[in-house]
Design a protein around this ligand. Structure first.
Ligand SMILES: *Cc1c(COP(=O)(O)O)cnc(C)c1O
Length: 396
């Protein structure tokens, strides 16, 4: 981004960063977008150049002008010291944990965490000799009772992307004050447009860029951004592990970023409308932190400036046939993993199977909904028919 012609200090708003950040047409013959640099080898002119560590581009694994541009956008939005790109959200999560943990250390993880994060911790981290403990997502300042001398990392995901508990990051951060403990948080749901956890005490923010940043269900990518204290270690571990995002995927992710602002606001409005409509049905329990009756609504309102495209609802207990009757015959809502694209999705899930710290006691059937950009009345009638099929199959 260029400075103002008169060089007045200029702090661009988030949507200006999204549209103008990380690109320099004057360096690309005037073309608006930075092209894909598809490369491994970089040719040095002289031996002196080959030995000059200050030369930015030395080998494909160390990034290109395009990856630098995308990283710059995320860095600026998150208020971070820097960002690295990884081939998936899960690799951004594993990278961040591996950056901070060694044998004998302990990590505390919210019980509401994305299941593959839990699987990484329970397999690779445990095998490395790291103690893994899960905690009540609503623990807040109570986390101090779980800390030991070995605790090195607290891992949050707010809200949990299946059950939508909000974690009280400022209270958790205050409880860790003066201890050498790193807070890592998965911010995929809110994006930095609606939540900037580094400003509230987190140290490293990870994203499944696959979801909102890419926005079109066609790329896998992750990002990890850190504050000053952790950026060097994060970047060094990223290089050592060789986690490089593909240039073509980085191009698509950068393109997705340009419209993130309008997409987030539109997703927010639609998800809230659909959630509020479902909430009117007394048989339906809606899990959406922006609804005033959500148990964490006060924390949500205090810390977030908006809400995402994804929420869940729980229907009264009924046999599997009722779940199948709902999801097998949707006209528009697709059944599949991931979210953040233009198309609506619905996914049944059973949190009770996953939880270990706080048992999930609701016996009902949970459905996670991603609200896309189809005609809103079409979406409503699709879901209304699905609910009718559920209740009639269940004999309710
Ligand atoms: C999908 C997801 C991830 C993992 O991202 P991938 O890009 O699929 O590896 C991490 N966290 C959350 C909250 C997600 O929804």
């Amino acid at each position: 981004m260029k400075d103002n012609a008169d060089s007045r200090p200029f702090a661009p708003g988030a949507e200006t960063v999204l549209t103008h950040g990380g690109r320099d047409p004057s360096a690309q013959h005037g073309f608006v977008n930075t092209p894909v640099y598809r490369g491994s080898t970089v040719i040095f002119e002289t031996l002196a150049d080959a030995e000059d560590a200050r030369i930015r581009y030395r080998y494909g694994r160390q990034g290109t002008p395009l990856t630098d541009g995308f990283e710059a956008i995320v860095t600026q939005l998150e208020g971070a010291a820097g960002t690295v790109l990884t081939p998936s959200g899960v690799s951004a999560i594993s990278l961040s944990l591996l950056t901070c943990l060694s044998v004998g250390d302990e990590v505390l993880i919210t019980d509401s965490v994305y299941e593959p994060t839990r699987i990484f911790a329970d397999t690779v981290l445990k095998r490395m000799g790291v103690t893994v403990r899960y905690f009540d997502p609503r623990i807040g300042a109570g986390i101090s009772s779980l800390l030991s001398d070995a605790t090195r990392v607290v891992f949050l995901e707010s809200p949990g992307s299946l059950t939508f508990e909000i974690q009280d990051l400022p209270a958790i951060s205050a409880a860790l004050e003066d201890r050498d403990i790193t807070i890592i948080i998965d911010n995929s749901w809110a994006t930095p447009l609606f939540y900037t956890p580094l400003a509230l005490g987190a140290d490293i923010v990870v994203h499944s860029a696959t979801k909102m940043f890419v926005g079109h269900s066609d790329v896998m990518m992750g990002t990890a951004s850190a504050n000053d204290r952790h950026m060097d270690a994060l970047r060094a571990t990223h290089r050592t592990l060789g986690l490089i995002a593909s240039p073509d995927d980085t191009y698509l992710a950068t393109r997705g970023m340009r419209t993130l602002g309008v997409r987030m606001r539109e997703h927010e409005r639609r998800a809230l409308d659909l959630a509020a409509w479902l909430n009117e049905d007394s048989r339906v329990t809606v899990l959406h932190p922006a609804l005033p009756d959500h148990p964490d609504h006060a924390i949500f309102k205090r810390d977030f400036t908006g809400s995402g495209c994804l929420f869940s609802f729980v229907l009264p207990p009924a046999p599997r046939e009722a779940v199948a009757a709902l999801v097998d015959h949707m006209a528009l809502f697709g059944m599949g993993y991931s979210w953040g694209g233009f198309e609506s999705l619905i996914l049944p899930s059973r949190p009770a199977r996953i939880r270990t710290a706080v048992p999930w006691t609701d016996q009902g059937n949970l459905f996670r909904v991603h609200v896309g950009f189809e005609d809103f009345n079409d979406l409503k009638s699709d879901l209304a028919s699905g609910l009718d099929r559920y209740f009639s199959t269940a004999g309710m």
